[in-house]
Design a protein around this ligand. Structure first.
Ligand code: F6R
Length: 240
């Protein structure tokens, strides 16, 4: 595991943007796995800037988002579908047919998960997976517990995640209780992974991850078993 220690959030975003840009330049048809949340916003801003300045071309890029609330409609401003279009896809020259986001309105969520997993495989697997990390160590919405699911699945959000994510909703009752998420196996199959973390709230989760032990109590620790992971953290997130 490689660690890039940054002074602050701005630097985390720039380092991540450089890695993503290099990936796309090396392979214009790259398959990217993408997260939502506060952490990747700086990265997405940098990528938009590069695209507008004509230094980065997304026309061949294929994306798969990590997760989506369930149930939620696409036009709900808190859906990850809305978030990704608002913060990235509407501002770059990506072919919208190459964008894949789990459908929070699917009538058969199990079928949705199976189809998603097949679509990732059909695209040739994920070349570069970008991850954030939950305060409780979740990656995607793979929450701490006794077991972790390998493939894309419908999962219950933990009270901690509902609480942390309620900051985006009017009231905590509005946060969906479930989500569709790529599984740990789907993430681990990615050829290369970068995980971004900024702020002292992530320090505990990061310190557990860097101990090197693997435990379902902190799903991010599974990354210790992957051969190409880079953690991009700022000083605050390393405080633990
Ligand atoms: C979101 C996702 C989550 C977030 C995590 C951190 O697609 O996969 O695992 O990365 O909850 O969220 P922020 O960045 O808001 O702290």
């Amino acid at each position: 595991m490689k660690i890039i220690l940054c002074k602050n959030y701005y630097e985390v975003s720039l380092q991540a943007a450089n890695i993503v840009a290099q990936q796309i330049k090396n392979k214009p048809q790259s398959v990217l796995g993408l997260p939502t949340g506060s952490t990747p916003l700086g990265l997405y801003k940098s990528l938009i800037k590069m695209n507008k300045e004509n230094t980065l071309d997304f026309s061949g890029v294929i994306t798969f988002n990590l997760d989506e609330y369930y149930p939620i409609s696409r036009d709900n401003a808190q859906s990850y579908y809305y978030f990704m279009h608002d913060n990235l896809f509407n501002h770059i020259n990506i072919n919208k047919q190459n964008v894949h986001i789990l459908n929070g309105e699917a009538t058969d969520p199990q079928e949705e998960c199976t189809n998603y997993e097949s679509a990732i495989e059909k695209a040739g697997g994920i070349d570069l997976q970008v991850l954030g990390i939950g305060q409780n160590g979740h990656i995607g919405f793979n929450e701490p517990g006794n077991t972790l699911k390998s493939t894309t699945n419908l999962t219950d959000l933990t009270p901690n995640t509902i609480d942390v994510n309620s900051r985006f909703f009017e009231k905590i009752e509005d946060v969906p209780k479930k989500s569709l998420t790529m599984g740990i196996g789907s993430i681990m199959k990615s050829k290369k992974i970068i995980l971004l973390a900024s702020g002292v709230e992530k320090a505990n989760a990061i310190s557990e991850l860097l101990k090197g032990d693997i435990t379902t109590a902190n799903p991010s620790t599974l990354l210790n078993a992957h051969r190409d992971v880079t953690i991009i953290v700022d000083n605050a997130a390393m405080e633990g």
